[in-house]
Design a protein around this ligand. Structure first.
Ligand code: EPZ
Length: 428
């Protein structure tokens, strides 16, 4: 069991290269199943969620070749299994994309109910609604979701909640269905547009991705394609917060500044200086940080996946900040850990009130989910003394070489293997 040990108090200075977006890659890799020829996917982040995706593809019979540490050639024509078992699916939320992709190509899928970060209730009713709408029979038995269809036909689908996963899965299921599918009240995140762009590169006919309504005219074939995943807006935002929290000067490279707008605006509002370039942003601080209020919302609102990192930064800002979580039921579990570092945060349901404390103190803490882990890293980098972060496997699900990138910016952070910790966990 690995942990990070951070000696805080060093300003982050230099340049950091942002990797491909996790939440795009984990949909695009399963989407390769829909092609009738091999695909090459580039700018794939080196994270454990991607390794799981690739392993599932390999177990299903796809031929997966690593061309470089960030690009893969995947031949889906050799797939012979349409099942994703519990052992693979439980590790990752995005395993649900195998449902849409397998259904869309083979008209059958059997995938264990997905795992992922513990953020409260995470139903998949809207995914199933979309699958049924295009003609699939859906059953859940013994923890497995079973889908089958004689034929898939286009339909009108209205999503009752704006869901990233259901939007992507509806696209995957409809892209090869007969006729026109119109999906309303869809999510508009950059990774939705990225998946649509990838499918269109393969010959799909998808319009409207990035707006409230997506129209898909089904096609009978999808050819192979070479496609590069967009940069990860949340990884970029995390480094922006880390730079600000340490009073640093960091050029965050390989980003699409437009995707960072809501994060950039919020950082500027609290006193962080953010300069935008074509494919980079520079973050510096030239005065005290001040309070703000945030409500997380689906894109283009402030992303829930940046909420914990902003909270860590706001612990260091003057005044009282208020954060309302608008997407997940339980996304403040990190507050208890930040309190161990001297933060003054009170949480009532989906609202957190943060009194700025000026400085934090290092302490032993535990990452309870992916972005909570990122928040603790930011707090640890800014804190006085040593912070030890346990359960960093959560962080490694979504951040590529986090400690290496931070070390290159001058941070004193090391990853240590603690054999005793895994024994403790096994006994717990
Ligand atoms: C995606 O999760 C991301 N995960 C999450 O990122 C992110 O927090 C979330 O979108 C919101 O942006 C991946 O892309 C793999 P949703 P997803 O369906 O698709 C409710 C991270 O840190 N809902 O948009 O599972 C749901 O309960 C992770 O990188 C239903 O009610 O999220 C939630 O309240 C964590 N029924 C809301 O919709 C459904 O069928 C939004 O969930 C589906 C969702």
């Amino acid at each position: 069991m690995d942990k990070y040990i951070i000696r805080g108090g060093r300003r982050l200075i230099g340049e950091v290269e942002i990797s491909g977006a996790k939440n795009a890659a984990v949909a695009i890799l399963p989407a390769v199943i829909l092609a009738d020829e091999p695909c090459v996917i580039e700018n794939v982040p080196d994270i454990s969620d991607v390794s799981i995706c690739l392993r599932i593809l390999d177990e299903m019979g796809a031929k997966v070749d690593m061309l470089s540490p960030t690009s893969y050639r995947i031949d889906p024509t050799t797939i012979h299994s349409f099942c994703v078992p519990y052992e693979s699916a439980r590790r990752m939320r995005a395993s649900y994309y195998f449902l849409g992709a397998l259904l869309g190509k083979y008209k059958q899928a059997r995938v264990s109910m997905p795992g992922g970060c513990p953020l409260g209730d995470r139903p998949i009713d809207q995914h199933l609604k979309a699958f049924s709408a295009v003609g699939a029979r859906c059953t859940i038995d013994h923890g497995m979701v079973d889908l089958s269809a004689d034929r898939l036909t286009g339909n009108q689908i209205y999503l009752d909640v704006v869901s990233v996963g259901a939007t992507m899965n509806a696209m995957l299921a409809a892209v090869r269905a007969e006729g026109l599918t119109v999906i309303e009240n869809v999510a508009k995140e950059p990774h939705i547009v990225d998946l649509a762009n990838f499918l269109n590169t393969m010959g799909a006919d998808i319009m409207g991705a990035g707006t409230d309504v997506i129209k898909i005219r089904g096609v009978s074939k999808l050819h192979g394609a070479t496609y590069s995943v967009i940069p990860d807006q949340i990884e970029a935002g995390t480094f922006m917060c880390a730079a600000a929290a340490t009073g640093g000067d960091v050029l965050v490279k390989n980003v699409i500044p437009k995707h960072l707008e809501s994060i950039t605006n919020k950082l500027q509002k609290i006193g962080v200086v953010v300069e935008e370039f074509d494919d980079a942003v520079r973050v510096t601080v030239d005065g005290p940080l001040v309070k703000t209020s945030i409500k997380t919302m689906p894109h283009p609102g402030f992303p829930t996946d940046m909420q914990p990192q902003m909270a860590a930064l706001l612990c260091l800002a003057e005044g009282t900040s208020i954060i309302k979580e608008g997407v997940w039921e339980q996304r403040f579990r990190y507050a208890e850990e930040l309190r161990r570092m001297g933060a003054d945060i009170s949480v009532d349901g989906k609202v957190a009130v943060i009194e700025g404390v000026g400085s934090l103190m290092g302490a032993p803490v535990k990452a309870c989910d992916l972005r909570a882990g990122a928040a603790l890293i930011i707090a640890g980098l800014a804190a006085k003394g040593i912070t030890e972060i346990e359960d960093i496997f959560h962080v490694e699900r979504g951040y590529s070489n986090m400690e290496g990138k931070l070390q290159a910016l001058g941070a004193d952070i090391v990853k240590k293997n603690v054999p005793g910790a895994s024994v403790k966990k096994a006994l717990a």
